[in-house]
Design a protein around this ligand. Structure first.
Ligand SMILES: Cc1ncc(COP(=O)(O)O)c(C=O)c1O
Length: 398
């Protein structure tokens, strides 16, 4: 098997502009690590939004995939994800897309319900097409997502009047990068109370709790995070719950971040006002780290093929956008660099390539490579121009 370093040298030669590399071996190791550190029987649901390029490789390694838009649903279908693994989620469920799924008898996924309107929509479709859908009722975290506990209660209270929906349980997600076990404890307590109340008052025992714990990723130098003790603390919290439906953890970032590397080339070097600047062919439209504001924190990065750091010259690493905000890292020490060198940013497997402002300035979308477990890099996407999306078509309507 080729070492990642050999593959990266080969890919740098093939790509004359920024690109991503996602390592499937690392992705699988990561899922194995999480499974090892979580209580037996805990299922894992991959939140597709974190990185749709991993769907095919991840599909066999996780129990479910959470899908939040018609686009994500089409990607999953194209890549052959079995429908029984699909959780159709999202605050807006396009009625036509829901109808399309409802009339497909081979569709056996689960739907989340985020409002009474969504509940009625799914009931109506189930009746219309003679289907019985499995649903998870999403509890709100006091935002636009999900429903109040009182609404969930009213649905449960009247569940025998709507036999076309099987209420499998509760879904809950309140945010990402949650480092505080205290906060997670509060959430689990709230969920436990709700589940217990539903059981005691309405005789309803949820079969499933699909919970997004927002497990954190250590992106920056100052992040000190002992993951194995965090996960063991999390597992202890689970063991204290009174009501114990099957637990499915809905996770994106913590699964996908570590498998990704982002490469960008140094295209200019200059000194302005006594500050040293490296200009790259990438930028903040292609790399988004949670918690990175104005490059105040230093992400893990290296210069490919160069190892001895020169700690006399601090560099500001900037991208190629026309905004002063396009700073990828500030005052970092690097080996002696030159135009043509390639910078590698680690931990970029989750959200980086989807959350950026990729249409700004009509620059290219980077190519994506998937390093297979046999050591062979496979192209996930060619570098793609965006200017067509920013060019008016001037089509006449009549
Ligand atoms: C409903 C839901 N579940 C799960 C996730 C994944 O969160 P994370 O990437 O922090 O694990 C998200 C992310 O936004 C989400 O909206």
């Amino acid at each position: 098997m080729k070492a990642v370093e050999a593959v990266e040298t080969e890919l740098i030669k093939k790509n004359n502009t920024a690109f991503y590399l996602f390592e499937i071996g690392e992705l699988k190791r990561r899922i194995g690590y999480l499974r090892e550190h979580l209580p037996e029987g805990t299922a894992i649901c991959y939140a597709v939004k974190a990185n749709p390029f991993l769907i095919r490789e991840i599909s066999g390694a996780v129990d479910r995939l959470e899908i939040c838009s018609p686009g994500e649903a089409r990607i999953c279908s194209t890549l052959g994800v079995p429908t029984r693994k699909m959780v159709i989620s999202g605050v807006y469920k396009t009625p036509e897309v829901m109808e399309h799924m409802a009339l497909d008898n081979s569709f056996h996924g689960v739907f989340t319900v985020e409002s009474i309107r969504q509940y009625e929509l799914l009931c109506g479709l189930a009746v219309k097409y003679g289907r019985r859908f499995s649903v998870l009722l999403r509890l709100t975290n006091q935002s636009q997502f999900g429903m109040d506990a009182s609404e969930i209660e009213s649905i449960i209270a009247a569940r025998y009047d709507r036999p076309d929906l099987k209420i499998a349980g509760i879904q809950y997600f309140s945010g990402t990068q949650k480092k505080s076990l205290k906060k997670i404890k509060r959430e689990l307590d709230e969920l436990d109370q709700l589940l217990t109340h539903l059981k005691e008052t309405y005789g309803y025992q949820a079969a499933e709790l699909e919970y997004g714990p927002g497990f954190p990723v250590a992106y920056f130098e100052e992040d000190t995070f002992d993951e194995s003790s965090f996960l063991s603390g999390f597992s202890s919290l689970l063991s204290t719950m009174q009501n114990k439906p099957k637990l499915i953890l809905e996770i994106g970032r913590s699964i996908a971040a570590s498998c990704g590397r982002y490469y960008t080339h140094i295209v200019d070097i200059k000194q302005n006002g006594g500050q040293n600047y490296l200009i790259t062919d990438g930028g903040m439209h292609q790399i988004v780290y949670y918690g990175q504001h104005m490059a105040m924190k230093q992400p893990a990065l290296s210069v490919v093929g160069k190892h001895t750091v020169n700690d006399e010259i601090p560099w500001n690493i900037c991208g190629c956008l026309c905004t002063m905000n396009d700073i990828m890292a500030k005052r970092v020490f690097l080996p002696d660099v030159a135009v043509g060198d390639t910078l590698c940013f680690a931990n970029t497997g989750a959200y980086c390539m989807t959350e950026g402002i990729s249409l700004f300035l009509s620059r290219e979308l980077p190519a994506i490579w998937l390093l297979q477990e046999n050591g062979v890099p496979v192209r996930g996407r060619n570098a793609a121009p965006t200017e067509l999306l920013n060019t008016p078509q001037y089509e006449r309507t009549e």
